[in-house]
Ligand binder design. Structure first.
Ligand SMILES: Cc1ncc(COP(=O)(O)O)c(C=O)c1O
Length: 389
């Protein structure tokens, strides 16, 4: 291993993909595995979107396109925001092969050994991996069950030091489904007035998957901090397009060119097929999204109710995304052991809470992007497992 950059030993991986690969192995051995591990909607991409991708190919869009994304797609992103009263210029939008690339590029822009980056704990695994890779220091922002997996603005403001370079937010959140309350955002925005040079990466990829008649509040809707917010969003979750690899970042104008240079040097541009499909997704009928969210809400209600009936499990009702994050105890076993047992003994794939940060210990993540009959079976499997000695 001599010769490798020492940062390579810092970068982590994504447990959900490791669980997926083990689930596939177990399935190939003939076991009936229920996968509540991976976070992707279990619906086909709507047909009108698929057709738009096929048409792009038939129309001859076979070459490279602009590195920041085709203009019509960036304009459709801006329209989406202007319909919510948020003004975005197409020159601020960077289209990427999946929204994860925005996390990668943004952390390359801000992470360095003497920097501090505030990261949700528990939080999406890629944040921590990438901060570690850059050598920056992770400052954990607790998102705890007793706080509905939201954060406390005063606590967050107290974590800021002269070394803080970036704050990462994710609402609705992965792995908890937690939604940050408007009041907390307001307090935060007020507090951030004292830090005009501090940037915030707001990961809003689950913004449309939100329940209980709540309304998502984008951090970009606060004019006071709009020149500090990098917004991450995409098509993967909203339109069930995880495999199309299409996402975007909206960067403040003054730093856009840096993100674009990283994109040019890395992915060059995104497949035209996905980009034309993305335009149709944003401009076409949104009925699919409404129906999908309704279906997710029914499944979430079912799981929360059933999980809470099980002794040794406590599960709060999450406000969004498609995960529940129950606290689960079994004779001193770690969440990793519990999750591993569920997969190896019951063929039920979940992700251990500890893989999302230290405060995830004691919890497991269940993705309910799976059919209701499988969720029903999962409840029985979890009960069986917890009843065994
Ligand atoms: C919180 C969060 N952000 C970003 C992403 C990346 O999404 P994409 O598939 O568009 O790269 C995911 C995907 O799981 C996610 O959960």
């Amino acid at each position: 291993m001599d010769g490798l950059n020492k940062s390579m030993f810092q970068i982590g991986s994504d447990t959900a993909f490791a669980v997926l690969s083990r689930s596939n192995e177990l399935s190939q051995l003939g076991n009936e595995v229920i996968n509540l591990g991976i976070g992707q909607p279990d619906f086909n991409t709507p047909q009108n979107i698929v057709e738009a991708g096929i048409k792009a190919l038939k129309d001859g869009h076979h070459g490279y396109s602009a590195s920041n994304g085709i203009l019509e797609l960036r304009e459709s992103v801006c329209e989406y925001y202007s319909n919510q009263g948020i003004n975005v210029d197409p020159g601020q939008v960077l289209i990427t092969p999946g929204a994860k690339a925005i996390i990668f590029y943004t952390l390359l822009m801000f992470g360095q050994p003497d920097a501090e980056i505030i990261v949700p704990n528990p939080g999406f695994i890629a944040y921590k991996s990438m901060v570690d890779y850059t050598g920056a220091k992770i400052i954990s922002l607790p998102h705890q069950m007793q706080n509905n997996f939201s954060f406390d603005a005063e606590e967050l403001l107290s974590l800021i030091t002269p070394k803080t370079r970036l704050i990462i937010f994710n609402s609705p959140g992965n792995p908890t489904g937690g939604v940050v309350r408007e009041n907390e955002f307001k307090k935060l925005v007020k507090g951030l007035e004292n830090y005009p040079n501090l940037y915030i990466l707001s990961d809003e990829i689950y913004e449309r998957i939100i329940f209980n008649n709540q309304k998502h509040i984008s951090l970009l809707s606060y004019p006071e901090i709009k020149d500090q917010v990098i917004l991450l969003n995409g098509w993967s979750k909203t339109y069930s397009m995880t495999g199309w690899r299409l996402g975007y970042g909206i960067y403040p104008k003054k730093i856009f060119s840096f993100a674009e240079k990283l994109a040019i040097n890395c992915h060059s541009c995104v497949s035209n097929v996905s980009q034309y499909a993305g335009i149709e997704a944003l401009r076409g009928s949104q009925l699919f999204v409404t129906n999908m969210v309704k279906e997710f809400e029914d499944r979430k209600n079912f799981l929360v109710e059933e999980l809470n009936k099980i002794k040794n499990i406590e599960c709060i009702d999450p406000g969004g995304a498609f995960y529940v994050f129950p606290k689960i105890t079994k004779k001193g076993l770690s969440s990793k052991q519990i999750s591993n047992d569920l997969l190896e003994k019951k063929f039920l794939a979940t992700v251990p809470g500890s893989s999302f940060g230290t405060l995830g210990e004691g919890f497991i993540r269940l993705s309910y992007a799976n059919k209701m009959h499988n969720l029903e079976k999962s409840i029985l499997l979890i009960k069986d497992y917890l009843n065994e000695n």
